[in-house]
Design a protein around this ligand. Structure first.
Ligand code: PMP
Length: 385
């Protein structure tokens, strides 16, 4: 893993930060959609424009450049009107052909989904599943790739939102490239713009993410970046596709246009937020995320709770916390909402009722984390009284 940025609490003092201090009762602490500062909401409420006119061309060109800058890629980038799952589907349909062999590495619910999407398109999927709460082991992945006849691609989640675990995507990518020519397709829906993800340096071929996470915009835009290798694979890919066919996005992008009518209001907000990330500085943004994550982990421990994953693999965008045995996690979540006005994430699938999740991606201030930890502490006291 690359070194994590210094976790010292960073207090932004820019004019943008001051305006955003006005955010009041934003107690939405689920791992996306993230609460939006007033300036983003305002921009999203702007009048419509011609999506085939010069103003849109400026917007889409600026967004493409800024998105690529944040990901550290010289590759291609596209914005699709879809949720994050659309970015995963776009990664698969644009690079693979029916019958291709693919390795799916899963450490939780979203990892399983990536394998399911590949299977739905007639790809032959070999699955390695790690215990929920653990990260993928690169050496186990190495063995699996060696034992496969051929491997066209590996699909893997960077940050598993269902368990609060961050995969060592740089190590995994290195092993995959050492052992094969497989493409590395990454679900970075809940990681990109919140944790380091230098796409080209780490040899990632497709990175998919979504507007409603660390990008600080409403849900509705899937963001996809592709390496040159992925683009070449796309030229030979035979999975049937239309709406997500990246060829159309590329052709229209040359004219500063989208192929289809985009979700303009979300585009406005995302353009504004991407620029805010560039203006703040990507390093600063990552330091801020690491600091809020550390604050959340420390807060949970201070009130006597245990983190679900080991701290060494804990996510910097969402913290999963074990619910004590004497407490029902679902009751904890509803009590914190009803009594303390803090909306926490619950556990998904087999973790329902067993963990809670606190989202801290996007524009989150130290007091938001304090409020959330406080709400959990008071809720536990209430439920035990
Ligand atoms: N992957 C991950 C890691 C996610 O966190 C999410 C959303 N929580 C998704 C995929 C799916 O995104 P969406 O709900 O926007 O389709």
């Amino acid at each position: 893993m690359a070194a994590r940025p210094n976790a010292a609490i960073h207090s932004p003092t820019s004019p943008l930060a001051r305006r955003r201090e006005e955010m009041s009762d934003l107690n939405l602490r689920i791992p996306g959609p993230v609460p939006l500062p007033e300036d983003v909401l305002e921009v999203g409420g702007r009048q419509m424009i011609n999506h085939r006119g010069p103003e849109f061309a400026d917007i889409i060109n600026r967004m493409t450049t800024n998105f690529k800058t944040v990901l550290g890629t010289q590759g291609r980038a596209y914005f699709l009107t879809a949720s994050g799952t659309g970015s995963m589907e776009a990664a698969i349909v644009n690079t693979l052909s029916p019958g291709d062999r693919v390795l799916s590495i899963s450490i939780g619910s979203f990892g399983n989904r990536f394998g399911d999407i590949a299977e739905a398109y007639g790809v032959e999927v070999t699955r390695i599943e790690f215990e929920w709460g653990k990260a993928a082991d690169p050496e186990r992945v190495r063995e699996e790739i060696r034992s496969m006849q051929e491997c066209a691609a590996v699909v893997v989640t960077h940050n598993e939102s269902s368990t609060g675990v961050m995969n060592p995507i740089d190590d995994l990518s290195r092993v995959i490239h050492d052992e094969s020519d497989a493409l590395v397709l990454v679900d970075a829906v809940s990681s990109a713009a919140g944790v380091p993800l230098p796409m080209d340096d780490w040899g990632l071929d497709v990175v998919g993410t979504a507007s409603q996470k660390s990008w600080v915009a409403p849900p509705g835009i899937a963001m996809v970046a592709m390496s040159d290798r992925a683009w070449k694979a796309h030229e030979n890919s035979k999975i049937p596709k239309y709406y997500f066919d990246i060829d159309q996005y590329e052709k229209f992008l040359q004219m500063g246009q989208p192929p289809f009518t985009p979700a303009l209001s979300i585009i406005y907000a995302l353009d504004h937020s991407l620029q805010a990330i560039i203006d703040e500085g990507i390093e600063e943004v990552l330091i801020r995320h690491a600091a809020r994550a550390q604050q959340t982990r420390d807060g949970a421990k201070r009130i006597g709770l245990e983190l679900f994953p080991d701290q060494s693999i804990a996510s910097d965008t969402v913290t999963a916390i074990r619910v004590p045995d004497d407490i029902d996690g679902k009751v904890l979540v509803s009590h914190a909402r009803d009594v303390y006005n803090v909306e926490l994430g619950g556990g998904q699938e087999k973790l329902a009722g067993k963990i809670i999740r606190i989202g801290h991606m996007g524009w989150v201030l130290p007091e938001h984390i304090d409020e959330s930890i406080d709400a959990v502490e008071k809720t536990l006291a209430d439920l035990r009284a």
